[in-house]
Design a protein around this ligand. Structure first.
Ligand SMILES: Cc1cc2nc3c(=O)[nH]c(=O)nc-3n(C[C@H](O)[C@H](O)[C@H](O)COP(=O)(O)OP(=O)(O)OC[C@H]3O[C@@H](n4cnc5c(N)ncnc54)[C@H](O)[C@@H]3O)c2cc1C
Length: 303
């Protein structure tokens, strides 16, 4: 059997065909993946990536789907849902430890677990509902902290199908940006973070305050977090609210009443409706304030 046939036999056995991605994203919007599989082991993830590339099968890694809008026509090729969740903690001394987490591990779960064990540094991520891989790609952040403040290095599969480790200085981390945003061929396998000692009750108090702040200020309906980046020195949510667009609706997608930079899916919303609402909000904010809002979310797939 040649490589191409071998890969298709593997897909037939382990992947599903035409899987609606709305079920795998927090926005509950979008079309289907041609092929879809969940992967739990890192060596399996590496093998699938390498084989797919050898057979020219397009791939897209999905974390928790909390920062993407999938277009209604879906995604061609293979979508790999990353559930590689292993981690190790290497205690350097009484004050410092290195956490090495596989890229499918949930950021809030790690934050909570290590804060309670007396290792601080990820508490800001308690309410960021994504995986480590997704968090590194977007340099996720909250409460004046971000991935850039605690990461030391990442291990990836590069475009040549080799496994290599990149130090933080090569990640081009910036506000909701990393080198991976412009380079989809690099897949993050794991990341390493520096944690510091703190009393668990201090970390737990911080996490409780962050959670309480979100509860007061953010919607609970299906969403994809902030739609737009904050322009320098301003808040996108405030601009949208001052433009009179809070509560504005296209079909089943609505600018949240709780936080104007969140759009919520009132049930059965489509990507087309989201894109139409994005256009309307951008046009109104540009007209009223002369500000061009940039997307924080990523749009994937076909119309
Ligand atoms: C209610 C809510 C609140 C939120 N609050 C915040 C917040 O406070 N701060 C913030 O920064 N974000 C926030 N977000 C957005 C989102 O949770 C983060 O951006 C999160 O880090 C995305 O992770 P994910 O695993 O869901 O990524 P996904 O949406 O699954 O993927 C995002 C992109 O990364 C790529 N990707 C994922 N894993 C890998 C990998 N291993 N290798 C290469 N590429 C990969 C995907 O292909 C895709 O292009 C919020 C979202 C919601 C729904």
């Amino acid at each position: 059997m040649n490589r191409q046939n071998y890969f298709h036999v593997m897909l037939d056995q382990r992947a599903k065909k035409n899987v609606p991605l709305a079920q795998h994203t927090t926005f509950r919007v979008g079309g289907s993946a041609d092929w879809f599989m969940s992967v739990r082991q890192l060596d399996e993830l590496i093998q699938v990536i390498q084989r797919a590339r050898e057979t020219q099968m397009p791939i897209r890694i999905l974390g928790n789907g909390s920062n993407i809008l999938v277009r209604d026509g879906g995604v061609r090729g293979l979508v790999i849902e990353n559930h590689c969740e292993g981690f190790t903690l290497d205690v350097i001394n009484a004050q410092h430890a290195l956490l090495r987490a596989e890229s499918g591990a949930a950021l809030p779960g790690l934050a909570n677990r290590f804060a309670r064990a007396g290792w601080a540094g990820l508490e800001w991520g308690i309410g960021v509902p994504g995986t480590i891989g997704g968090a590194v790609v977007g340099n996720a952040g909250a409460h004046h902290t971000s991935i850039a403040d605690c990461i030391t290095q990442v291990t990836i599969v590069n475009a040549e199908n080799e496994i290599c480790t990149l130090p933080k200085t090569e990640l081009a981390l910036d506000y909701r940006h990393s080198r991976f945003k412009n380079n989809r061929a690099e897949i993050i396998l794991s990341a390493e973070f520096e944690l510091t000692r703190d009393e668990p009750q201090n970390s737990i108090a911080r996490m409780n305050a962050y959670t309480e702040h979100r509860r007061r200020t953010q919607p609970t309906e299906a969403s994809v977090g902030s739609i737009f980046k904050n322009p320098p020195g301003q808040f996108a949510g405030q601009l949208i609210e001052r433009a009179g667009m809070k509560g504005m609706r296209v079909g089943n997608i609505q600018v949240s009443e709780a936080h104007a930079n969140f759009f919520v899916n009132r049930g059965g919303g489509t990507a087309r409706q989201v894109l139409e609402l994005i256009d309307q909000v951008r046009a109104r904010v540009a007209e009223k304030f002369g500000v061009a809002l940039e997307l924080e979310i990523e749009i994937v797939g076909e119309d």
